[in-house]
Design a protein around this ligand. Structure first.
Ligand code: ZN
Length: 275
């Protein structure tokens, strides 16, 4: 989509699988199964939708897929499937690694930060050599001080040799005109969402605050969330605004309808939008 000097696109790092029950928290399986068919291990297939925001000066990526720094065990757990990876998909869409100026990381989980770094002759280096990587300071703390509940959600190779590229934020920040990072908390303490305001339109990328369109209802909070009541309250508040102001919403893990608008705030009905 092109709008007032900006171009928005979705790129992909393929699909992976997670436990359907964990993805839907307190939502009963007969309800979530209307949206997601589960396999014999109760896993559901999720997308890795990376948003690209380009204008004359900037090439920004929002989150970075699941990457390739996996051992066999993790590959089996996540059942990653792709015909091309994020770097290859970006290239097909006209974005070389060197072109990227900004990387916005919603939070540190391994399915959002995979291509922060890349192997080069056995070493690990930043994938996007000319980019600054923006995350909340709380996210870095959560990465560096995990506990038994949070540790499995991180892959430390995604952050290796990245320190000098990081721009650490404490709260909301407009990074360049129209593009704002908004600290949300909820899913993790340092979780942030990304909004683009251009030509009287608002586009919002929710990260894991609303991972798929099936999570649109405020109470549909993942079991992974560390602060579920914060997720609940913030979703309610933001979706009210999204409805009133007709925002375009992006869902990072939605394999079918990653872009949508709210059509009813009582039932939280959505209509799919094509980019
Ligand atoms: Zn997450």
């Amino acid at each position: 989509m092109k709008i007032d000097g900006f171009e928005l696109m979705l790129a992909s790092d393929g699909t992976f699988k997670l436990d359907g029950g964990a993805m839907f928290g307190i939502v009963p399986k007969p309800v979530w199964e209307k949206y997601f068919k589960s396999d014999e291990k109760n896993k559901i297939t999720l997308a890795t939708n990376v948003l690209t925001i380009r204008n004359r000066k900037n090439v920004a990526l929002v989150d970075l897929g699941i990457g390739d720094k996996f051992d066999k065990k993790l590959e089996e757990i996540y059942e990653i499937k792709r015909t091309k990876n994020l770097v290859q998909d970006l290239r097909e869409k006209g974005i070389e690694r060197e072109d990227v100026t900004h990387v916005f990381i919603t939070h540190g989980h391994l399915d959002h930060t995979g291509w922060a770094t890349i192997y080069n002759h056995g070493d690990i280096e930043p994938t996007f050599p000319n980019a600054r990587y923006y995350m909340q300071e709380d996210t870095l703390k959560e990465i560096k001080e995990p506990n038994q509940k949070t540790r499995p959600n991180y892959n430390y190779l995604n952050f290796k040799n990245l320190d000098s590229r990081l721009e650490l934020l404490n709260g909301d920040e407009e990074v360049f005109p129209g593009v704002e990072l908004v600290k949300s908390g909820g899913h993790t303490k340092g979780h942030q969402i990304v909004t683009l305001r251009v030509a009287n339109k608002t586009f919002t990328y929710f990260g894991d605050l609303i991972p798929t369109s099936a999570h649109i209802k405020p109470a549909y909070v993942m079991a992974y969330d560390l602060y579920p009541m914060d997720t609940f309250s913030l979703k309610k508040e933001m979706l009210q605004k999204a409805f009133e102001e007709e925002w375009t919403l992006f869902f990072e893990h939605d394999p079918v309808a990653p872009v949508a608008e709210l059509t009813d705030i009582e039932s939280y009905s959505l209509k799919s939008v094509s980019l």
